[in-house]
Design a protein around this ligand. Sequence first.
Ligand code: ZN
Length: 389
Amino acid sequence: MKLIQAFPIVAETPAINTRRRKEAEMMLKLMRAPAKYVQGQDALSQVYEETKDLGKSFLFICSRSGHRNCYEKIGKSFSGKDAKILFEIFGGVSSIGEIEKMQGIVKDQKIDCVVGVGGGSAIDTAKATAYYEGLPVVIIPTVAATDAPCTGLSVIYNNDGTFAKYIFYPKNPDAVLVDTDVIAHAPVKFLIAGMGDALGTFFEARACEKAKAPSLENGGITKSAMALCKLCYETLLEDGYKALRACENGVVTPAVESIIEATTYLSGVGADNGGLAVSHSVYNGFTALEECEKTMHGSIVAFGTIAQLILENAPMDELDEVIDFCVSVGLPVTLNEIGVTDMNRVHIAAEKACADGESIHNMIGDVTPAQLYDALIAADVLGKEYLGE
Ligand SMILES: [Zn+2]
């Protein structure tokens, strides 16, 4: 059965697989990361000290809540120093229009360094503005919902909010500064989603390494990248639940520090240099369903990771470990928990997840929509069983 199955699958998508494998043969190993990563309680009081070598005038592109939570601390850090700071609250979406508006401010105010303060969209707007203006960029994440702060890419939208493009930058941010007080006081759903995004990192990188597929930065995968991805997973297992309980009560403990490092640095640098596979394609697939619109990126990535393990026929111990972790920190293990109630709709998501160019094609032997559909249903069955449904 296996041989019969393998032949037509490879034949169906020769373009992607043969191209990727060929690239892989001559691919140089590559490792990229932010030039500097600073994390800790009250880290924002050190913004000036940690960024003063990057210029004399700074534009802080803030989300509304980022501005509210960080404005005072940043102002204090720069107070009495020989540097100009300017705050701008951006429109909420990393759109082409918003980036052009910020570029205008950079030119008018003769800005030397762009700083993004907030979640994924503020970060992406700052990265793109800095890139187009040829300036350094500093990232101050205010939630741990995704691994965007440390990566060298952005998601850009059209002015009407539809997806426009990815921008892959020649380098990662010049500095990432994480104030764990700020993150620990953000709504806990962000931390949970961040753990979901980080859960995919090790398994996706492992799949890419096996298939000799390229990393997100289109390089060969280093031992260093794999070590970070593995540490990311081990940290989640060790400290995820403890960190969640602490954050629910607004306190910072060593477990919270570990988990913020895992979701921000290990997951970001890990994914950038380790590559993506099924988990993230499953997320892209379910964005086709409006009933999943409110489900956060990392939550769907976590469920997609269980589906990936099913496709890999991972040992039961590993599946148990991952499902157990998800349940312990409130990540979804069933389709219902990510918003799906009509199982017929899963076919649509599976189809979209397997579109050309999706990272799911990094899997050895590739994956068809029908195979992914079966894996999603099988994951759902295991999850329901675990929850006693
Ligand atoms: Zn992600």
